[in-house]
Design a protein around this ligand. Sequence first.
Ligand code: G3P
Length: 217
Amino acid sequence: MRIFVDSADVEEIKKLHELGFISGATTNPSLVAKSGREPREIYRELAEMLDHVSAEVVAEDAEGMYREGKELASIHPNIVVKVPFTPEGLKAVGKLKADGVRVNVTLIFSAAQALIAARAGADFVSPFIGRIDDIGYSGVEIVRETAKIFMLYDLPTEIIAASIRHPAHFIEAARAGAHIGTVPPAVIWKLLKHPLTDIGLEKFLSDWRKAQENRAG
Ligand code: G3P
């Protein structure tokens, strides 16, 4: 599973990118609104750093989504246009694909939606694990079913497990066959921490220092 950051906070994403394991970022209108910045600037800065930057349209009709998607894609070749799973969104997928624009279909809450989006030509589908859990179903199971169906029918569409809320979601998404997990920065920082790593490092360093002191007499 490749690892993306689910955020529009460029400074925070830069810090994580320096660690060497992040290959993309996903944004959505709520995350961009929270940043208070000009969306195009955010997308450009992120696309100069990462191979995949999902930028979401806010138009609600296929023609508007297509126009907005083309505009977003013109910012940088690393921009992937995110469209919602609606009948209008599905129409926009075909139009954008015909122009060579990569598309991520978002707001996926069932394997059936994922299969339909894939057949409509989506390069990526984004099932929202946490929000599925919120309504009493298992988000990870939707990812597992989708991965199985895509494999059975040899579909090239990649699954981006989104709405990852905690470290267990991350590893469960990887085990379920998500190609990509998009993770909020706060969850990534939690994943980087392990008490046994801290305790082990402290012991290595204190043993090293003691040996140095003994040698020095
Ligand atoms: O990017 C969409 C998704 O990750 C949202 O997550 O926590 O608001 O359900 P959440």
